[in-house]
Design a protein around this ligand. Sequence first.
Ligand SMILES: *Cc1c(COP(=O)(O)O)cnc(C)c1O
Length: 396
Amino acid sequence: MLHQLIYQESDDFYQLNLHSSQQALGAFCSGGTVANITALWVARNKCLAPDDNFKGVSRAGLAAGLQHYGYNNLAILCSKRGHYSLSKAADILGIGREQLITLDCPSQTLSPQQALAEGKKLAEKGIKLLSIVGVAGTTETGHIDPLDELADVCQELDCHFHVDAAWGGTTLFSNNHRHLLKGIERADSVTIDAHKQMYVPMGAGMVLFKNPKDSNTVRHHAQYILRAGSKDLGATTLEGSRNGMAMLVYSALHIIGRQGYELLINRSIEKANLFAKLINDDPEFELVTDPTLCILTYRICPNALQKRLVEVDIQQQDALNEALNRLTVKVQKQQREAGKSFVSRTRIEVPKYPNQAITVFRVILANPLTTEQDLKDILEEQKQYAKGSRVYQQIA
Ligand SMILES: *Cc1c(COP(=O)(O)O)cnc(C)c1O
């Protein structure tokens, strides 16, 4: 069902590939981390595939693979907003965390032109780009990389295209918003977490493959189980035994249904836009990133100070931002400890303040029962804490 949501293949395709001992549409796993690792594992094994003179990386190992193909190294490319699980994947797959190239994203998303240039630069150094990872809904800000254009770049560089839609993939349920993910159907693999916007308990991640045969690049057989021709679900997955979480996803798809998910997704995005408006209308706050999906970031920064920040020199700007960072942390902790509501925080780079990352409140509007009044109350509470703090009194 989720493969179809992304790739929209024909009935014949699914007839052939569902419950097949020959290939798999994807891998069900405990979360987005394992899904991303699996996708890049497949990408690595495809890149260093067996041929007449080589047994393939999964048997011969990385060193032999690099030597056989004449590469100095492999690399993975994503934007600075890529999830930290990609770094774990680079480590586990023997590629090394430093070979995860993370490009700055001043426009909030990965630039296809920059990705292409970087891929060519790597190739000149004998480094094979294994995969570009486009994020559909970054964990911190909900931004979506230009997937269609990145698919073109991957084609040109002849590398695997993985889309990390752990967080934002469910946007595909919404007819109003699915266009935001245009190009996802061109990805070789896609990660989706059902325990995020599909509202099932933790432990329900998936990676889906455009070409079900890709799953065979990581296939493993054992004598007591996973025998050739068997449909055991451990043959093409990283994890062996795991909880039957697929059942919850299947049930939720029947109980909530596509239309139910569409409603939830649409409502969350509407509510994020409403919250953005409340923040924009309040002279005490600065909206830092607009919601593309239902995530936004903001901070306390009175209008007059916002004006001053863009007029002063870089040093003064840094000093003011440092003070505002302290304020955000202080208010966030105070609100958390008061226990009435909780807003998370993160540090991000934004175009407006090119010199340094700033600390911001990060909000996900996921609960369909959250009311406008709840949102207003959260802002009021934050203002109250801010006004009681010395930092605020000094800078505002
Ligand atoms: C949550 C998330 C992950 C990791 O998922 P886990 O389920 O926590 O392992 C990976 N990528 C993105 C974009 C995410 O939001």
